[in-house]
Design a protein around this ligand. Structure first.
Ligand SMILES: Cc1cc2nc3c(=O)[nH]c(=O)nc-3n(C[C@H](O)[C@H](O)[C@H](O)COP(=O)(O)OP(=O)(O)OC[C@H]3O[C@@H](n4cnc5c(N)ncnc54)[C@H](O)[C@@H]3O)c2cc1C
Length: 517
C-alpha cells in the first residue's frame, strides 16, 4: 500500500530526481533502492522571494508494483439502448464515454466539422475575418474545449469525480502531469489529438458521431421529448436527449424559447481581455525572477468589488494568444489560449464585471442578459469597422479616456482598431473596469501602463441563460426525457465541470430508466 510524504523544495530541486530520491530516503529513514516513489501533487508557492514547490510524493516498497488504474472501461454497445447527445464539446464527449461504460449506445450530433476541417475555418477567420456560423472557436468537434487553453483546474470538486475526468484525459493522450499539478494544463496544440482519440473510441465501441449535423428542431408530445430534426430535414425519434450545446448556441435558446420551454436569465460576466508581456508578469509574480526551465510562466488571479459588483480576472493564459471567438458575422468576441509550453511572449486574461438580470428593467425576460451580451458584441464589431479587427486601447489611456496613438505588439491575429473603450462599452461595465484596474494596480504594481493593451469584448464567460432542470432527475421540468447539460444550460463553467456534468446526465438517464422498470 502506498503512503504519502509532503516536503517543500526549491524549483531546481523539484527536477533533480537523484536529489529527491536521496532526500526521501533520509526523511523516511530507508535505504536507497528500498522504495519506489512518484509525484502525487505539485504546486508553486511564490508568495515569498524564496520561491518554493509544495511537493507531495507517494511511495511503496521496491518489491511492490504501482496499482494500474483504469478510468475508462469500454464496452461494445451497438445493439443496446440509445442516448442522443446534441453537441460534441467536453460535456457531449464525456457523456458519450459514460454511456459506453454503462452499456448504452451514444449518438452524438454536432453542428460543426471534425477537428481537421475545423482548423481551416479558424485560419480563414484569423486571416479573412470570415466567421462560419457552424465552424469556429466555439463550434465543431470537441466544442469550445478543442482550441481552448486546456486549463483543467476546477473549483467544483463537489459536482463529481475530478480525478476520473483527468484520468480519462490521460487515457486518451494527455500527459500524466495533469494528475499531479495543482493547476493542470494541456495546451491548445495537444487538445485536438485527444479529442480525435475520444471520437475514435466512441465509434469503435459502436457509438455514432455525426458532424455537420445541426439540431434545428425538436418535438414534444404530452410533456415528453419525442423527436429531433437534424439540418431541417432529418427527423429522428428520441427517448432521451442530452442537450450539451454550450453557451454560444443562441439559436438553441431561441428555439426552446419559441416553443415556450421554460428558460431563466442568468448572471454572467463581461469585460475586456488584457494583454501584458509575459516577462513583465513573471517579474511581478516571481519577485524579479524570470520563468525558466524550473519555473513555468507566471499567472495571476485578481478580484475586487466595485459598486456592489465583482470585477475579476477570468481564464488567465500565461504565454498565450488572444483568439477571435465570434460565432456569427456581425459580432466581435475574444478569449484566450496557450500552447502546452506556454512559450509565447504574451500573457492575457479576461477582466470582467458581473452582469445580473436585475441590472435591467425587464429582469424577468429570460433573454435579457443574452440580449445585452449580443448588443455589446455587435457594438464592438461596428467599432471595428465591420471587421474582426478588435476594438483596442492601451490600459493607461483607457484610465485617462484617451484614444491610443501607438500600441505594443498584440497577439491577436486579425488585427486591432484603436478606439476609446469608455465610449464603446456600456458605462456600467467601463466604470467598474476602471476602478477594478486601479485596485489591481495596488496588488500588482505596474499592471496599469501603456505596455498593456485591452481587447474588447470578453463576453462569453458563462451562459447568460439557465435551462432549468430537476435537481434529482436532471430533466427539464416541462419536458420529460430532455436533459439540459453543462455550460450552455448553466450547470458548468469550464472543461472539467462540463465533462463531469455530461457524465452525470448519463447517470441520470439510467436512473430514470431504472425507475420506469
Ligand atoms: C479560446 C477558449 C479558451 C478556453 N480556455 C479554457 C480553459 O483553459 N479551461 C477551461 O476549463 N475552459 C476553457 N474554455 C471554456 C471551455 O471550452 C468550455 O467551458 C467548455 O468547452 C464547455 O463545454 P460544453 O460541452 O458545455 O460546451 P461546448 O464546448 O461549447 O460545446 C458545445 C457543442 O455543441 C455544438 N452545438 C451547438 N448547437 C448545436 C446544435 N444545434 N446542433 C448540434 N450541435 C450543436 C457546438 O458546435 C459545440 O461543439 C475556453 C473556451 C475558449 C473558446
Amino acid at each position: 500500500m502506498s503512503e504519502n510524504i509532503q516536503i517543500q523544495i526549491s524549483p531546481e530541486q523539484a527536477v533533480d530526481l537523484e536529489w529527491i530520491e536521496k532526500t526521501l530516503a533520509a526523511r523516511l529513514n530507508r535505504g536507497l533502492g528500498s522504495f519506489k516513489y512518484r509525484w502525487k501533487k505539485r504546486s508553486i508557492d511564490a508568495r515569498k522571494r524564496d520561491i518554493k514547490v509544495n511537493a507531495t510524493f507517494e511511495y511503496i516498497s521496491s518489491e511492490e508494483e504501482w496499482p494500474v488504474l483504469h478510468y475508462f472501461e469500454p464496452k461494445k454497445v451497438n445493439l443496446t439502448k440509445e442516448i442522443h447527445i446534441i453537441g460534441s464539446g467536453p460535456a457531449g464527449l464525456f457523456a458519450a464515454l459514460r454511456a459506453i461504460e454503462l452499456g448504452w449506445k451514444p449518438i452524438v450530433w454536432e453542428r460543426g466539422k471534425d477537428v481537421r476541417a475545423r482548423r481551416r475555418d479558424l485560419a480563414n477567420l484569423n486571416k479573412n475575418h470570415h466567421v462560419d456560423n457552424d465552424s469556429n472557436y466555439c463550434f465543431g468537434e470537441g466544442g469550445a474545449g478543442t482550441y481552448s487553453d486546456g486549463k483543467l483546474y476546477t473549483r467544483s470538486k463537489k459536482r463529481g469525480d475530478v480525478e476520473k475526468t483527468l484520468g480519462i484525459f490521460v487515457e486518451f493522450g494527455a500527459e500524466q502531469d495533469i494528475m499531479v499539478d495543482a493547476h493542470p494544463h494541456i495546451g491548445t496544440n495537444k487538445l485536438p489529438q485527444i479529442i480525435v482519440a475520444i471520437r475514435e473510441q466512441i465509434i469503435s465501441s459502436g457509438g455514432e458521431v455525426h458532424f455537420e449535423s445541426k439540431m434545428t428542431d425538436l418535438a414534444i408530445e404530452k410533456g415528453e421529448i419525442c423527436s429531433i430534426t437534424i439540418n431541417e430535414n432529418k427527423v429522428i425519434e428520441v427517448e432521451h436527449l442530452i442537450l450539451a450545446t454550450g453557451h454560444s448556441a443562441r439559436d438553441v435558446f431561441e428555439l426552446l424559447h419559441s416553443k415556450k420551454i421554460q428558460l431563466n436569465a442568468k448572471p454572467f460576466a463581461l469585460g475586456v481581455r488584457v494583454e501584458h508581456r509575459q516577462d513583465f508578469i513573471d517579474a511581478l509574480q516571481y519577485h524579479g525572477r524570470k520563468s525558466d526551465e524550473y519555473l513555468p510562466p507566471a499567472s495571476y488571479s485578481l478580484v475586487s468589488q466595485v459598486n456592489g459588483k465583482g470585477v475579476f480576472s477570468f481564464c488567465m493564459c500565461p504565454g498565450g494568444i488572444i483568439a477571435p471567438c465570434a460565432t456569427e458575422n456581425g459580432e466581435v468576441v475574444t478569449n484566450g489560449w496557450s500552447p502546452s509550453k506556454r512559450n509565447n511572449p504574451f500573457s492575457n486574461s479576461g477582466i470582467v464585471v458581473t452582469v445580473s438580470p436585475e441590472d435591467f428593467e425587464n429582469s424577468d425576460d429570460p433573454m435579457v442578459c443574452l440580449n445585452f451580451q449580443k448588443e455589446v458584441e455587435q457594438k464592438c464589431w461596428e467599432a471595428a469597422g465591420g471587421t474582426q479587427k478588435v476594438p483596442a486601447q492601451c490600459l493607461q489611456d483607457f484610465i485617462d479616456g484617451k484614444v491610443s496613438k501607438e500600441f505594443p505588439r498584440s497577439s491577436y491575429q486579425p488585427g486591432i482598431t484603436s478606439v476609446d473603450l469608455n465610449k464603446v462599452l456600456p458605462e456600467m461595465i467601463s466604470q467598474r473596469l476602471k476602478q477594478g484596474f486601479l485596485d489591481f494596480n495596488k496588488k500588482m504594481r505596474g499592471f496599469i501602463s501603456n505596455d498593456a493593451v485591452l481587447h474588447a469584448p470578453e463576453s462569453r464567460t458563462s451562459s447568460p441563460i439557465q435551462i432549468p432542470r430537476d435537481r434529482a432527475t436532471f430533466q427539464h421540468p416541462d419536458v420529460q426525457g430532455l436533459y439540459p447539460c453543462a455550460e450552455g444550460a448553466g450547470y458548468a463553467g469550464g472543461i472539467i465541470s462540463a465533462a463531469i456534468d455530461g457524465m452525470n446526465c448519463v447517470d441520470a438517464v439510467l436512473a430514470s430508466e431504472e425507475l420506469r422498470k
